[in-house]
Design a protein around this ligand. Structure first.
Ligand code: NAD
Length: 378
């Protein structure tokens, strides 16, 4: 039991309802925003979701950047900031996965740095279409492309917590099975790391456990039948709870390592999460088993009569098998990027310097521990 805790929460309006995107203008008008800039990616143009947003917002949408690349690239942030200034916007929308929402946060932060007198700083509207959960947090990662190797750096600031979050489960019906699976595992990873976070508190624990129950009940069904609105709705509630649990606690080895694999080796975020999660669970098991036993139960493992370490092994195996059943790569060598086994020591070294990794509940005292994990995942 946590007998002492401290956390920040943010003023956010969260609206969750099938079809709510069509009523977005009501919420925007309540806040008095009149000139909006959209950050999104090509797939959302292609599947018609950008058109739905345009018709919901009418003349309020004054600009758009629809080329957001994964892992928020610093050069693109400069481009979007210039658009924001040129269009004299009063709010920025991130619609899509974690990357467009991260871009909206990065632009808001850059705007606040460029114009410190602007009050309030540029508010963010987040409209997620994957299960990454960024819409609920006050953090983004940005890849510094000029560094060798490129490095993803996170920025935390309460001002970049999205002010308005719109969950329309209909927007996820078109999410292809591989992205459904891998971003769904990302949501599961938020819950797992929130449960054993060194800064966990009663609310984060409750959100994480409830999130795991929803994800456990819905993720595979969404993967099998993407157009099942009931399953999509349950999964979106799960990813909302996962994002909520993530928002107020520090993450650990798993998330820090995934950032390094994404920013430096270009592994897609959901795939990095899927490959690393079973190994992170095993790595931490001797310290975190008491916190993860309810997670194992929520995923259908009977923990009665077995030792906590056996239960943790079963949990890691269950996650590994779920990933395999959804045809997501289970090994780093299959991640689909130009990563070599000989790169693992330098990635371990980078991860060792990562602040998030250093917040892991089980102390990490040398890069060799991370290198062993990476070799197990290779
Ligand atoms: P992403 O945003 O990079 O999107 C991956 C792909 O999914 C893109 O090609 C996109 O066009 C496509 N896509 C998204 N929604 C779609 C839909 N409905 N239909 C069809 N295609 C769709 O990937 P992601 O996994 O959602 O987000 C990963 C990024 O978010 C990483 O940069 C990660 O670091 C960040 N992230 C941040 C937080 C946070 O709290 N700040 C949390 C989780 C992830």
């Amino acid at each position: 039991m946590q007998s002492e805790f401290r956390y920040l929460s943010y003023p956010q309006e969260v609206i969750f309802a099938p079809g709510v995107l069509a009523r977005l203008s009501e919420a925007v008008d309540r806040s008095g925003w009149q000139r909006l800039l959209l950050c999104t990616s090509h797939s959302l143009q292609a599947n018609g979701q950008v058109d739905s947003l345009k018709s919901a917002l009418g003349g309020r949408l004054v600009g758009m950047f629809d080329r957001v690349q994964p892992h928020v690239q610093d050069m693109q942030v400069d481009e979007v900031l210039a658009l924001a200034v040129a269009h004299e916007i009063d709010a920025v929308i991130g619609m899509g996965g974690g990357s467009p929402i991260g871009m909206a946060k990065a632009v808001s932060y850059a705007f606040g740095t460029a114009f410190p007198a602007a009050q309030p700083s540029l508010p963010i509207i987040a409209i997620p279409t994957t299960y990454a959960g960024s819409e609920m947090t006050a953090v983004y990662g940005m890849t510094h492309t000029h560094e060798t190797p490129p490095r993803k750096v996170t920025v935390n600031d309460p001002k970049i917590a999205p002010k308005l979050v719109i969950y329309d489960p209909g927007l996820t019906l078109a999410l292809p099975p591989p992205l459904t699976a891998s971003t769904g595992i990302n949501a599961l990873a938020h819950c797992i790391e929130a449960l054993y976070s060194v800064t966990r508190h009663p609310l984060s624990t409750a959100a994480a456990l409830s999130g795991i129950r929803h994800i456990s009940g819905a993720l595979f069904r969404c993967y099998q039948a993407g157009n099942n609105l009931e399953a999509r709705t349950e999964m979106f509630i799960g990813s909302h709870l996962a994002g909520l649990s993530l928002a107020s606690v520090s993450m650990g080895l798993h998330h820090g390592l995934c950032h390094v694999l994404g920013g430096t080796a270009n592994v897609p975020h959901g795939i990095a999460n899927s490959i690393i999660l079973p190994h992170a669970i095993r790595f931490n098991a001797d310290v975190t088993a008491p916190q993860l036993l309810p997670a194992a139960e929520a995923l259908g493992i009977s923990v009665n009569g077995i030792s906590p370490m056996v239960a943790m092994d079963a949990l890691a195996q269950k996650v590994f098998e779920l990933i395999g059943r959804m045809n997501v790569p289970q090994r780093l060598r299959d991640a689909g990027v130009a990563l070599k086994e000989s790169d693992l020591p330098s990635l371990a070294q980078l991860a060792f310097q990562n602040r998030t990794v250093q917040n892991n509940p089980k102390p990490i005292t040398e890069p060799a521990q991370i290198e062993t994990l990476l070799r197990n995942a290779w």
